[in-house]
Design a binder for this molecule. Structure first.
Ligand code: AMP
Length: 125
């Protein structure tokens, strides 16, 4: 079974410049922007520029360069927005949702960076 990527998803439109975004970081292979409905004082989405549906797709098929670029961007943002403890912050959470049970709304792989307040338990009912 192959991954099917919907090129009309909202993050694909952001990558094509068809709808605006609040950019936090932009690199060769990745883009980060603020979530339109923040669930915490800091809520940033990091996406690869490649057409990957979810983490299992990205982790299996992305190039080493894409994976390194993506990881480095997340680390850089946690320090720059000041949620990483190394930068004087009080920590953060990374979330990536996949599929129906993961309740993924946008079918373009993304990681949520959440911070700026105590986030509570990991999963609510
Ligand atoms: P997920 O449920 O993991 O697929 O999360 C999708 C996230 O995308 C949600 O937190 C939305 O608030 C966010 N979102 C949807 N549309 C936009 C947009 N145009 N710009 C920024 N964030 C968006």
């Amino acid at each position: 079974m192959a991954y099917e990527y919907d090129s009309e998803n909202i993050f694909a439109k952001i990558l094509r410049g068809e709808i605006p975004n609040s950019t936090v970081a932009d690199s060769a292979h990745s883009l980060a922007f603020r979530d339109i409905a923040p669930a915490a004082p800091e809520h940033i989405l990091v996406i690869p520029k490649g057409a990957y549906v979810n983490f299992d797709h990205f982790g299996a098929d992305a190039s080493d360069a894409e994976i390194v670029d993506f990881s480095r961007m997340i680390a850089k943002i946690t320090r720059e927005v000041g949620v990483a403890e190394i930068s004087g912050g009080e920590g953060y959470r990374l979330i990536t949702n996949a599929g129906a049970h993961g309740v993924q709304d946008v079918p373009h792989f993304h990681v949520h960076i959440l911070g700026g307040r105590r986030l509570g338990r990991m999963i609510s009912a």
